[in-house]
Design a protein around this ligand. Structure first.
Ligand code: SF4
Length: 331
């Protein structure tokens, strides 16, 4: 493997891990990448498979085979621990209980030791009931699958009225090993411009709700039922949701989250296939394949109807309880 290939592969690996939500890796700045690549070059055994003759038989930029020590153990310590830059895993410290918390971010994250869900499947309401169709993929294969899927989305022109007006497609963002998927409606003007879901005013409210709930945006996965903005932010048509269904279903199948939160009626229609109102469906878990589905109001609706925030907060507390996260105000 040539030196430039080595560097490109290492940088790609770092980027994939970071995008996949793996916390114990250096931030992928140019500086930290350079440090990590330098470390990798001096610890060449990291990337060599003893069983891969194509690689094992090669010299690497001056390293003879005898200097390369197979087999690999891919324990990632690119820098001495004292210098390592990591995403901190902080203990929960949520104490407030009112909806005002949405306006006062309180940094906290999902503890890795959080108990697993407690609501029995039998208690759920019917949606698409069952289990995931395929077995769970390793994180790097999920990255590859999403890259390929995103390339298809960028080329997609199924919805004629939409494609001639869209600026960018909005694939989704977040951790590919997320426990929770946030499922929204369709991109708005800001999302269409930036190519990322929930970045406008509604997105800022979603961020506050997540923080108040002990979640962080990079730890969940966020996507919409449509990848493109409908003209004038109109409600997506049934046919458009069906056009986009293969994309969002493939994303859900790849992530295989424990929970899906449907934000608003369009998300409910896409995930549960129901035209019932959010008011009728919220307050209990439904199911989609292997995931528990929670229904609540879209942040845009909450901005227009602040009184509904307390209902969404009740829904989020239900989610937190089931996930084993601390609920503010309860010791
Ligand atoms: S909304 Fe979905 S199906 Fe329609 S053009 Fe965009 S990517 Fe294709």
């Amino acid at each position: 493997m040539q030196r430039n290939q080595w560097k490109a592969a290492s940088a790609q690996l770092l980027k994939h891990w970071s995008r996949s939500g793996i916390s114990q890796v250096p931030n992928t700045t140019a500086e930290s990448q350079a440090k990590a690549v330098s470390w990798l070059e001096s610890h060449a055994s990291f990337v060599f498979e003893a069983s891969d003759p194509a690689i094992h038989g090669a010299n690497v930029d001056g390293l003879s085979n005898s200097q390369v020590t197979p087999p690999i153990t891919a324990n990632w310590v690119a820098e001495p621990s004292s210098q390592r830059q990591t995403v901190p895993i902080a203990p929960q410290s949520v104490t407030e209980s009112s909806l005002e918390r949405f306006a006062e971010p309180n940094p906290s994250v999902i503890p890795s030791s959080a108990p697993r869900p407690t609501t029995p499947i039998a208690a759920m309401q019917p949606g698409v009931v069952g289990v995931w169709n395929s077995k769970s993929l390793p994180i790097l294969e999920r990255e590859v699958a999403f890259d390929e899927l995103n390339a298809q989305v960028v080329e997609c022109r199924k919805c004629e009225e939409i494609v001639c007006r869209r600026q960018r497609t909005v694939f989704g963002v977040g951790a590919l090993n997320a426990r929770v998927v946030m499922f929204g409606e369709a991109p708005g003007a800001d999302e269409d411009r930036l190519g990322e879901p929930f970045v406008g005013a509604a997105g800022q409210l979603l961020d506050k709700i997540l923080v108040a709930s002990g979640l962080k945006r990079p730890e969940v996965y966020i996507l919409n039922s449509l990848k493109c903005r409908p003209p004038n932010n109109r409600t997506p048509a049934e046919a458009e949701i069906e056009n986009c269904r293969p994309f969002f279903e493939a994303q859900l199948e790849t992530i295989q989250p424990e929970y899906i939160v449907c934000w608003g009626a369009v998300a409910v229609r896409a995930v549960l296939g129901s035209t019932d109102s959010v008011g009728r469906l919220r307050g209990r878990f439904h199911s989609y394949r292997g995931a528990k589905v929670l229904v609540t109001y879209h942040p845009s609706y909450l901005l227009r109807t602040p009184d509904a925030k307390k209902l969404t907060w009740e829904d989020m507390k239900m989610l937190m309880k089931d996930m084993g996260l601390p609920i503010p105000g309860k010791s």
